[in-house]
Design a protein around this ligand. Sequence first.
Ligand SMILES: Nc1ncnc2c1ncn2[C@@H]1O[C@H](COP(=O)(O)OP(=O)(O)OP(=O)(O)O)[C@@H](O)[C@H]1O
Length: 317
Amino acid sequence: MEKKIAQVVVVGSFMSDVVTYVDRLPNAGETITGNQLVLCCGGKGANQCVSAARLGARTSMIGKLGKDSFGDEHLQTMTAEGVDTTHITVTDEALTGVGQLTVLPNGQNRVITVSGANAYLTVNDISTARTTISTAKVLLCEIQVEKDTAIAALQTANDLGVLTILNAAPACPNLDPAFFMLSDIFCVNETEAEVTTGIQVRSLDEAAAAAKCLLEKGCKNHVLITLGAQGALLLSRGDAEKPVHIKAPAVSAIDTTGAGDCFLGALAFFLATRPELVLHKAIEYACIVASVSVQRNGTQPSFPHWNELPNELFRSD
Ligand SMILES: Nc1ncnc2c1ncn2[C@@H]1O[C@H](COP(=O)(O)OP(=O)(O)OP(=O)(O)O)[C@@H](O)[C@H]1O
């Protein structure tokens, strides 16, 4: 099978996850000894980019790193994944973004994130990458970077006629209306849908109600709500009464961390490389890719490569 070539541009975050496994949390002023330390590359943008790249997309990342060993590691990882790193730049102003996780034996965790260098990705960085964006089929963006930067990225893609996917995550209650208007596909998970709309999302009917609310808030074309093991729900403008439920393959999940990022990178890949696919088919294929990731441990390490997936996902009839 020939590796597919496409162009997906991802605008988003780099985070280095520092994960400490402990028996219990320390009290104020107390020092305890942890059991294990794990360091890994993450960040929604970086994860989504790796997901698309592993499927064979010619992928370019626009992001900001600090001048530190975490930043070096991200750059090496992106290069090893075949991602175009031209628009990954480095700032003196802050260290690479970090997610500090403390995990208890029952799996419960406490997380502190520091945006760090991600906050220094500017509108100017988007202007510099305009030519690269102009060659892309899909621009994928999330909001772990500054609001103005994300809006500039979406606006640039709109001006250039590039399809936009916004992953409106992390959850944000008062989203700038520009995010709705500039995204061709507005994608959130159940929690983010709840926070963005104020509608509880515990069932397909509630997801459909939240999707309808998002269309009413001004979403340009499509609202997509991912539903974990249940797959995803799509509601498209002009078809507002008919939500489409796309089921996820039934699998034995062992670690769902990063499933959403794997799904989004895959969706960008299919939309960029298989223009003949109708949207709900591209979503079905992205669900298949994400279902592979949940059967493996870790975030980026769990994302499948194109040659680990069924041939039909890559065939262009
Ligand atoms: N248990 C599961 N079995 C099969 N597929 C799954 C499972 N969990 C997630 N998926 C797939 O991954 C997609 C994204 O999952 P989910 O809705 O949990 O995203 P998320 O909450 O953003 O994920 P995370 O925050 O853990 O990265 C789903 O639409 C589905 O296709």
